[in-house]
Ligand binder design. Structure first.
Ligand code: PEP
Length: 248
């Protein structure tokens, strides 16, 4: 039985007002519902943890460096994220892959760094619009999955987030059939590679999840939750998504 998970990626947004939203969100959760992880920008991690530490809401980072320390100005090590009280970190988000040229090999190394710091790695994969309309969509996603997930991944130390790049922040989402087909393929690839353990990985869908489309997306058997950007910034938007997941 996989615990459902709603993860919120604040991206480069966040201030005291948004932390107040987090307090509202934390107050309304019950420990038996889906797991909830909020990923604020690195400077807000400690304050976010202070606000949520007595609630069922967990805190995560948005990225980490693969190294444990050193001359990497502006970067953050996984152990530093863990030190704030966070319990997970997103790696390989398409905005990191695009803005910073991150490769699958780097993302693998970041996931291993996350594990070494006792963080769960939320590894993102997903196709571009050209790849979605091309003939090899599932092969492209499968290759990215293989190359981004290190050996040693388990359902405890790793979450997979399938996020079509063309759906992020655009208001466009794949059809339910496309989501089902892609998540089923990811599940099969995970069980082919990791055996029975492959059934324990949570697979999140991400890309323009809103209160209006969440319930339909969560009907898919291998959708174990969502990674949510824009709609995680307001408790009033994120809560109905959490409720739809809880009811699914
Ligand atoms: C994301 O940033 O991971 C994301 C899915 O964003 P949005 O929900 O805004 O499309």
């Amino acid at each position: 039985m996989r615990r459902k998970l709603a993860a919120g990626n604040w991206k480069m947004n966040g201030d005291a007002a948004l932390l107040a939203e987090l307090g509202t969100l934390a107050e309304h959760q019950n420990a038996n519902g889906p797991q909830i992880i909020i990923c604020p920008p690195a400077p807000l991690l400690s304050r976010a943890h202070e606000i949520t530490k007595d609630s069922p809401v967990d805190i995560g980072g948005q990225d980490c460096h693969a190294a444990t320390s050193g001359a990497h100005t502006g970067d953050v090590a996984a152990s530093m994220i863990a030190d704030t009280g966070a319990t997970s970190v997103i790696v390989g988000h398409s905005e990191r892959r695009g803005d910073h040229g991150e490769t699958n090999a780097e993302i693998r190394a970041k996931a291993q760094a996350a594990w070494a710091a006792n963080l769960t790695a939320i590894i993102c994969i997903g196709e571009s619009e050209a790849e979605r309309t091309g003939p090899d969509t599932l092969d492209v996603i499968a290759a990215q999955l293989d190359a981004s997930v290190p050996d040693g991944a388990t359902g405890e130390n790793t979450v997979i987030a399938y996020e079509p790049i063309w759906a992020i922040g655009t208001g466009r989402v794949p059809t339910l059939d496309q989501i089902i087909e892609t998540h089923d393929m990811i599940r099969t690839k995970l069980t082919d590679r990791f055996g029975k353990t492959g059934n324990a990985f949570r697979i999140l869908y991400g890309g323009s999840v809103k209160p209006t489309n969440a319930a339909e997306i969560f009907t898919a058997e291998n959708v174990d939750g969502a990674l949510v950007g824009g709609a995680s910034l307001k408790a009033a938007d994120f809560q109905p998504i959490i409720d739809a997941l809880d009811a699914s």
